[in-house]
Write a protein that binds this ligand. Structure first.
Ligand code: ADP
Ligand code: MG
Length: 211
């Protein structure tokens, strides 16, 4: 059966870190419009810390160890709201991958599904509130459909990335009702959410690591 290898998950984390570094200014600019101008800094710092431990993590034969460490590192190194939220995503995603050294599409779906559930309960938010959930929820929906339709991993990831991009852009017209951006009320409308944008880069990095 077609699977995602541990080495591809490592590449995913490395590519994510590279995207956060490249887009540090962009993410911070988005956050300066509706937040406190630290999202790029937060994400870059968090994923650099993850990469700092990657050599050690390469020794592991267990996907859950890899993602659990990523989650713990993000929680302990990011000061903003996004640290605990992304940290929870990776921690919860790791829970369903115990002892797995390769992932089927179904495993990927389960891990993203559990990760999203974690973010939603931690941040008490749902779709339509102008957050990272507006990217991650449609991504999970796409993965569920892909499993049902028995798609190849490659096709599933193509659909997942398209859903992520659409979700990211959908936040522009939304009114923020959670997080710092909600303090702006109506003035939050017309700006793309920084967290939705970093989620898009995480998904883009995953797609590019598997193909
Ligand atoms: P802070 O808002 O503490 O400065 P960041 O700037 O790093 O933290 O992250 C802001 C992003 O976090 C937002 O753009 C949004 O996507 C996400 N976010 C904030 N609050 C929530 C929440 N309750 N649920 C989900 N995502 C949230
Ligand atoms: Mg911020």
């Amino acid at each position: 059966m077609e699977t995602i290898k541990l080495s591809q998950l490592i590449t995913w984390l490395e590519k994510t870190a590279a995207y956060m570094q490249e887009n540090k200014t962009y993410l911070t600019e988005l956050d300066s419009a509706i937040g406190d101008a630290d999202h790029g800094f937060n994400m870059e710092r968090g994923f650099q810390k993850v990469i700092g431990k990657i050599e050690e993590l390469k020794q592991s034969k267990d996907a859950s160890v890899l993602l659990k460490n990523t989650g713990m590192t993000l929680i302990s190194s990011i000061g903003g709201a996004s640290g605990p939220l992304y940290g929870t995503f990776f921690l919860q995603a790791s829970m369903v991958l115990k002892d797995k050294n390769e992932l089927t599409l179904e495993d990927l779906k389960s891990s993203f599904e559990n990760g999203l559930k974690g973010i939603k309960s931690r941040g008490r938010a749902t779709t339509g509130e102008k957050t990272m959930i507006d990217v991650l929820e449609p991504v999970v929906t796409t993965l569920i459909t892909a499993v049902e339709q028995n798609l190849t991993i490659s096709d599933a990831l193509t659909n997942m990335l398209a859903a992520a991009e659409k979700g990211m852009k959908s936040t522009i017209d939304m009114l923020a009702t959670k997080g710092r951006a909600s303090y702006l009320g109506e003035r939050s409308v017309g700006h793309q959410d920084p967290g939705a944008t970093s989620s898009y880069f995480i998904v883009k990095a995953l797609k590019e690591s598997i193909n």
